[in-house]
Structures are given as structure tokens and as C-alpha cells.
Design a binder for this molecule. Structure first.
Ligand code: NAD
Length: 354
């Protein structure tokens, strides 16, 4: 076996149907006096239910979470947390809401109790993001890692198919890159492999029968493993590309990951033998890139960057930005290679392994 260094992240996970009933107890366990409940405007109802469950330990509901955490939104939320004397945040929602909790924790160091309702995985990572003047800055700080995560699959029953599919593919992308990470280790790779297996099995059922609680449970379990993988090891080409496409061309997060991951996999897989073996096992295939493409198609995802909102005229600039600064990738990143990858993703072609 190869040598490795692995530092496990702290954190308590409470998982299972009905685990929301244990939220108040979990908040009490942390000795929290007043938790501010965070959400998007669309999830205010869910957040109010949670605030009611917390009773006197709720500082109120703040419903202004937005994608990519604009700095003004972060500042307003910090001011509100301070005004209400909150000593913790309960973030109920997807990556955007959990990201807002992280922005508050980054400033005040208060604990986050995360209640995830998508498959993005942010709840398991010490990664924060803040967007200022159209540029998203990210960093790692264990201060923003949620202290407790309560995963209740019941809360994902309302997640529509057009969000469930791409959100699950976004989770799979974390697993794929964790397997060929510069800092990959066998413990995280094992979790990432199981994450892909669980999500790939569950997602087609989730989009066809959104109220299938067994499939919802498997998908959320896969999302937990994917977030833990993302939090523990560094990412590579795929995440760099998606960060560029989201940040510089304003493309939607999960949909962009979905359209790019089959192509990033095709680009890298020949240089990543351990990831290849694991993905073949998890997806029951000998062509992981093609299998990821077929999976995304089967969950009704948009498979071309054109449909996601990219302009063909921007492909050259995207390739330039994504190859400007060197970063780790199992296969060398060349301008020509990335331009060809982007062309395939733009047109939504089924990938061919290079
Ligand atoms: P999101 O949080 O923006 O949610 C998308 C939409 O779905 C929102 O309108 C939300 O209110 C709604 N929604 C969420 N759960 C729902 C449910 N159960 N029922 C009905 N509607 C629901 O989307 P996301 O993909 O979860 O998060 C994307 C953001 O998270 C991006 O900004 C991304 O960069 C960030 N992210 C960060 C990390 C990290 O480690 N820091 C990891 C993954 C993603």
C-alpha cells in the first residue's frame, strides 16, 4: 500500500429519516443559547418550522441567503446575527445557505449546525466562499466547518427533479476528483467510491419518483460521503474549470459541474489508475466517463454548456483563464487540451477517452 498522510476533520453527523426531531437536542448539546436560523427566501417555511422546534433557543429566521455569498449579503447577515445576540447559526438549505453560515462563522467564530437539503456537500467542508465585484474568493478555515450536521432525507422530498439531478452530479464530481487528488488517501478514496455508488444508484430513482424515501436516503448518504471527500483532500482540473465558468461567465453551479464532469473524467482517467478502478467498480462499467455522461442524461440534466448559458465566443477566454495559473492535475493541463475539452462540453458530446 502507498504511503499517505490523512488528517481527519472533526464533526458530528446525525443521519436518518426523522433526524430533524433530534435537532433541538443537538443544539442544546452544544450549549447554544440563541441560534439564528438561515435560509433562502424559497425555504422560509422550512426555516420557520425549525425555529419553532428550537423554541427559546431560536434567535429568529434570516432568509436572505443567495448563490455564491455576495459580500453585501454576508455583511448584512453578520450585522443581524450580532443585533440578535446569536451565539450559533442553524443553516437549513443547500450550499448557498450553508455558505452564508460560513461567512458569519468566519467573522465571529460561532458554531454552525447544518441541516442540508441538497446534495452539494458544503456542510462537510472547511471551505468558505465570498463574492465581491463579480470575483469569488474561496479559502479553507476549520472555523467554518459545521460542528454538527443533521441529515434528514425527509427534507429533500421537496427538492425538484431539475435540482436533484444536477445537485447529485455535483456531489459525484467531488468524489471523482477526490480519488485522483494530489493529497488522495485510501480512506477518503473508499468514501468517495461508496459516494459514487450510492448516488449513481439513487439519482435515477430520485428524479422519477421524488417521494421515494429509500432512494432519497441513499442519495443524501452519497452526498455526505462526497462532502467529506471534498473537505478532506484537494481538488483538480474539474473544480478549477467549474470555478472559472461560474465566476467569470456566471454559469449556474450544479448544472455546470454536471456538463463538465464526464469530460474532465475522460481527460484525466488514463493518468489516474486507482480512480479508474474505483469508478469502474462504483459505476459497473469499463468506461467511467461515458457512464457519467449516460447517468447525467438519465436524470434529465442539460449536457451541453450551450444549454447551461455559455457563449461559444467565450470558450477561448475560458481556456485562457483556466490555464493561466498552474495547479495540480493527474494529467498535465495544456491550453490545447482544455480548449478541446471545453468544445466537447459546449456541444454536449458523449466523451471519448483521450
Ligand atoms: P442552492 O443552495 O443555491 O439551492 C438551490 C435552490 O434550491 C435554492 O433556491 C434553494 O432554496 C432550493 N432548495 C434547496 N433545498 C431545497 C429543498 N429540499 N426543496 C426545495 N427547494 C430547495 O444550491 P446548491 O447547489 O446546494 O449550492 C450551490 C452553492 O454552494 C454554490 O455557491 C457553491 O459554490 C456552493 N458550494 C460550496 C461548497 C463548499 O464546500 N464551500 C461545496 C459545494 C457547493
Amino acid at each position: 500500500m502507498r504511503e499517505f498522510a490523512y488528517e481527519a476533520l472533526p464533526g458530528r453527523v446525525v443521519f436518518g429519516v426523522g433526524s430533524l426531531d433530534r435537532l433541538a437536542e443537538e443544539v442544546e448539546r452544544l450549549g447554544v443559547a440563541k441560534a439564528l436560523v438561515l435560509c433562502t427566501p424559497q425555504q422560509r417555511g422550512q426555516a420557520e418550522d425549525i425555529a419553532a422546534r428550537l423554541g427559546a433557543r431560536s434567535a429568529g429566521v434570516y432568509d436572505k441567503a443567495e448563490m455564491h455569498v455576495p459580500i453585501d449579503v454576508a455583511k448584512a447577515a453578520r450585522a443581524e446575527a450580532q443585533r440578535l445576540g446569536a451565539d450559533a447559526c442553524v443553516a437549513v438549505g443547500g450550499g448557498s445557505t450553508i455558505g452564508l453560515g460560513k461567512a458569519i462563522a468566519l467573522e465571529f467564530g460561532l458554531p454552525i449546525i447544518a441541516v442540508p437539503t441538497t446534495y452539494a456537500g458544503s456542510e462537510m467542508t472547511p471551505i468558505w466562499g465570498l463574492t465581491e465585484d463579480g470575483v469569488k474568493k474561496t479559502g479553507r478555515d476549520t472555523k467554518v466547518l459545521p460542528t454538527t450536521v443533521v441529515y434528514d432525507p425527509t427534507l429533500t422530498l421537496t427538492l425538484p427533479d431539475f435540482i436533484s439531478g444536477p445537485s447529485g452530479m455535483n456531489a459525484i464530481a467531488h468524489c471523482v476528483e477526490a480519488m485522483y487528488s494530489e493529497t488522495a488517501n485510501p480512506i477518503i478514496s473508499m468514501m468517495a467510491e461508496e459516494g459514487v455508488r450510492s448516488l449513481a444508484r439513487a439519482l435515477p430513482i430520485v428524479v422519477k419518483q421524488p417521494d421515494d424515501i429509500a432512494a432519497r436516503t441513499d442519495a443524501l448518504y452519497g452526498a455526505y460521503l462526497s462532502g467529506a471527500s471534498l473537505g478532506a483532500v484537494g481538488m483538480a482540473l474539474h473544480h478549477k474549470l467549474c470555478h472559472t465558468l461560474g465566476g467569470s461567465f456566471n454559469l449556474p453551479h450544479a448544472e455546470t459541474h454536471t456538463a463538465v464532469i464526464p469530460h474532465a473524467t475522460a481527460y484525466n482517467i488514463g493518468a489516474a489508475p486507482d480512480a479508474y478502478e474505483r469508478l469502474c467498480r462504483a459505476l459497473n462499467t469499463d468506461d467511467p466517463a461515458g457512464a457519467l455522461f449516460d447517468l447525467a442524461v438519465s436524470v434529465g440534466a442539460k449536457m451541453s454548456l450551450a444549454e447551461v448559458g455559455m457563449k461559444e465566443a467565450d470558450l477561448d477566454r475560458a481556456a485562457d483563464i483556466a490555464t493561466q495559473n498552474p495547479y495540480y492535475n493527474p494529467r498535465p493541463v495544456t491550453r490545447e487540451g482544455i480548449r478541446a475539452l471545453l468544445d466537447d462540453a459546449y456541444h454536449g458530446r458523449r466523451p471519448r477517452v483521450a
